[in-house]
Design a protein around this ligand. Structure first.
Ligand SMILES: Nc1ncnc2c1ncn2[C@@H]1O[C@H](COP(=O)(O)OP(=O)(O)OP(=O)(O)O)[C@@H](O)[C@H]1O
Length: 336
């Protein structure tokens, strides 16, 4: 069942641009040109109940703007979006009951109140019956491990604690859909893992549908079966992580453990990255492997050598830097 349907969604923003040239600069206050930009440009997708979708793209691509339209914060300039059959900005109250939203860069908690008081206020705002509120709070406190800081004012929480608080706040009224805009931004590895495994759990056990934007490729690797890649407001890829890897991961890595590596003496293909004493060489064609091994062993003592598939992170890097790839056509130019 499609729980979210976005159809040719457009959001424009206006900005004022100064004319070029120093003389013109003088008059610029009066003559600034109004520019209109489609920051989300004919975006269409559907999401099925229980999916976890990674909505990714470079800075300024239009991810947050899309999430804001899905959550009803922004009105689309044209096109439509339906979430559980409702148009978010037209059916605000009912829609709010169906969704939870977390913007990692902002908090919906009351800064000066103890965390628990924010939860109580949100319970009232969302009209959550007393017993359900207590049950949900207990469950969220337990799995998000919040009992030690429930009475702490939000301003005194660490970023990881605050983020767990924000996620709990978004779920107290038992929404079916969760929109997360950079939920792991700035968190350390342990805090990230806590949130990732929590999201996995609620998705699996409660079938909560999740759309998340992130620059943390580990979130995609751990959580998402599907990725939508957007750039300059347009969707350039929408598919499973397997299809993405098959289409954009047409390479492997020759991984060489060489503690005494001498970069200056090497005149073969460049090392793409290093992890301790391991060197990663990108292999586009398996025929490259044998001559490279020979060249390497002639030069240096090798402790270990493997050929590895690229990680999702490596594949996504390809997507970001590879717009001339004919497979990356804007969605509205793709033939079905
Ligand atoms: N209220 C606004 N008025 C004018 N322009 C805006 C407004 N909000 C966003 N924009 C512009 O729209 C574009 C898309 O912004 P958006 O926040 O959706 O990007 P994003 O993909 O979430 O980026 P990031 O990864 O940096 O968070 C940017 O160029 C941004 O400057």
């Amino acid at each position: 069942m499609d729980i979210i349907v976005a159809d040719h969604l457009v959001r424009q923003f206006h900005s004022r641009k100064k004319p070029e040239g120093s003389f013109k600069l003088l008059k610029s206050v009066f003559s600034m040109k109004k520019e209109t930009k489609n920051v989300v440009d004919r975006v269409s997708f559907t999401v099925r109940k229980g999916d976890i979708v990674g909505y990714i793209g470079p800075n300024g691509a239009g991810k947050s703007t899309t999430i804001k339209m899905l959550s009803g914060v922004l009105v689309p300039t044209s096109g439509t979006v339906h979430v559980k059959g409702l148009e978010p900005h037209k059916n605000r109250k009912q829609h709010a009951g169906n969704i939870g939203v977390v913007f990692g860069q902002r908090t919906q908690l009351w800064w000066d109140l103890p965390l628990i008081e924010s939860f109580k206020l949100l319970g009232k705002i969302y009209d959550v019956p007393e017993d359900r509120f207590r049950r949900n709070l207990e469950m969220l406190t337990d799995i998000l491990d919040m009992s030690s800081f429930l009475s702490t004012p939000v301003r005194q929480l660490s970023l990881g604690q605050r983020m767990r608080g924000d996620i709990a706040a978004a779920l107290l009224h038992e929404p079916e859909i969760l929109f997360l805009d950079e939920p792991t931004i700035g968190l350390d590895i342990m805090a990230k893992e806590k949130i990732q495994s929590f999201l996995q759990k609620i998705n699996k056990e409660k079938e909560i549908t999740i759309i998340l934007t992130t620059h943390n490729m580990d979130d995609i690797e751990k959580l998402c079966h599907r990725v939508i890649f957007i750039d300059k407001g347009q969707i350039l890829f929408d598919g499973s992580t397997e299809v993405m890897t098959a289409e954009f991961g047409g390479f492997r890595y020759l991984v060489v453990d060489a503690p005494n590596w001498d970069e200056a003496a090497w005149n073969g293909p460049p090392v793409e990255r290093r992890e301790d004493s391991q060197l990663f060489f990108r292999i586009e064609d398996d025929k490259q492997v044998a001559p490279m091994i020979k060249q390497l062993t002639d030069l240096i003592d090798i402790h270990n050598l493997t050929v590895q598939e690229p990680k999702i992170e490596d594949v996504i890097k390809q997507l970001y830097g590879n717009h001339q790839n004919p497979l990356l056509k804007p969605q509205h130019q793709q033939t079905l």
